[in-house]
Ligand binder design. Structure first.
Ligand code: PMP
Length: 390
């Protein structure tokens, strides 16, 4: 048997995608002009399928700070923080995150994926039980799998199902690790954190919330869903990424002072290179911008309302709530693919999501808005969808 034989079906599917037109899973955006515009082939496009929620990828100050760090500290750290040492800016950023969240400890990781892997795999060891929302990101599943914990999935956003499963655990529920997300990346819905916190208060357990898509987007200060719902005190660890609102790359965890010890056990923290100085500098810039410019969040939500309402008026079936992530539900995989290609031909780039990446058996076009989109651009996205409605 050949090394790649077991991937024969996948390879066939890939060829099909490539030969029938533009490949949605290998799209090259040939040029990026701004946080909202780019070019694919000869087609100028509006970017409506990113995680750049506050539109900060082209912020002049963040670029200047990134460039200065690149010039002053070089292109990369070339090693892990444990083996090769942290740079001062890694530690400064950790301090700034800890102040931003008003929590004693922050740990910076190389990506959001490794932040989840690093924290979860270390806590969720073979003696632990992890209760995770069925729609949680792969990094959360992978963290539990790497740690070797018993994994119990509860139905997406179903607090009653979580409670039933906690009750079944009996005394073990007291030490269980519950993991949910703030905004879910595909449907744009949010975790029922108030109900979950109530369960935790009654039955015990520890709560980890991945605010990857809600950081910078929700809460008076932009700290995420837990802040918005007033339950931050009940969240033991907040996990997040630098690759969305913070417009860079890297990840973080914030929590109690005792969390510090995880650095010395967490394989995904120890055995990978630390973020480059320019990445850290741009994150620090973006964090300041988020703190100083709440109006960016207002603009983001105003754009989210505009897109959601515009597409709803056209009769498209959308996600359950207005959110910067606006999923358009499509009947079939083929229908989704052809709509995705037609949208590009009309100058709009969104994300095609097929099962299993999409929640159970749905094909969807994931649209997302950001604070840098103008109303005209939002209307152009709606217009493109209008032209494809039959
Ligand atoms: N958590 C969630 C909920 C995510 O959606 C993602 C990435 N899409 C990550 C973690 C991983 O973040 P990163 O891209 O920084 O690795």
């Amino acid at each position: 048997m050949g090394l790649y034989d077991k991937f024969a079906r996948l390879a066939e599917e890939r060829v099909q995608f490539q030969t029938s037109g533009l490949n949605p899973f290998g799209t090259c955006i040939d040029e990026i002009y701004s946080a909202t515009e780019g070019r694919i082939g000869n087609q100028k496009i509006i970017l409506a399928g990113t995680n750049n929620y506050l539109g900060l990828t082209f912020n002049a100050q963040a670029i200047a700070d990134g460039q200065a760090a690149l010039a002053a500290q070089g292109t990369g750290t070339t090693g892990s923080r444990m083996a090769n040492g942290s740079y001062g800016s890694h530690l400064t950023l950790e301090q700034e995150l800890s102040v931003f969240f008003d929590r004693p400890t922050a740990i910076v990781f190389s990506t959001g994926y490794t932040a989840n892997l690093g924290i979860i795999s270390t806590l969720a060891d073979p003696s632990a039980v992890a209760l995770i929302d069925a729609d949680c990101h792969s990094s959360i599943y992978d963290g539990c799998a790497l740690g070797g914990a018993q994994i119990i999935r509860f139905r997406h956003n179903d607090a009653q199902d979580l409670e039933r499963r906690m009750v079944r655990l009996g005394e073990r529920a007291r030490g269980a690790i519950i993991i949910v997300e703030g905004i879910y990346s595909m449907l744009g819905d949010v975790a029922p954190l108030v109900e979950i916190v109530d369960i935790k208060r009654r039955l015990g357990g520890y709560l980890l919330v991945d605010e990857a898509h809600s950081f910078g987007v929700m809460g008076a200060k932009g700290r995420g869903l837990a802040e918005e719902l007033g339950v931050e005190q009940d969240v033991d660890i907040v996990l997040g990424t630098f690759s969305k609102s913070l417009a860079s790359i890297g990840g973080f965890a914030v929590g109690a002072e005792a969390m510090e010890v995880l650095r010395y056990r967490s394989r995904p923290y120890i055995f990978t290179a630390s973020p480059s100085p320019s990445c850290i500098a741009t994150v620090r810039s973006s964090l300041r911008i988020i703190a100083q410019h709440p109006e960016l969040r207002e603009k983001l939500w105003s754009n989210a309302h505009r897109l959601y309402q515009g597409l709803a008026k056209l009769g498209y079936e959308l996600g359950p709530r207005i959110s910067p992530v606006v999923p358009v539900m499509i009947g079939s995989k083929e229908g989704g693919l052809s709509l995705w290609r037609d949208l590009i031909a009309k100058g709009v780039y969104v994300n095609l999501v097929l099962p299993p990446a999409a929640p159970v058996d749905i094909t969807l076009l994931r649209c997302s808005v950001n604070a840098a989109h103008s109303e005209e651009q939002i209307d152009a996205i709606i217009q493109a969808f209008a032209g494809l409605k039959n």
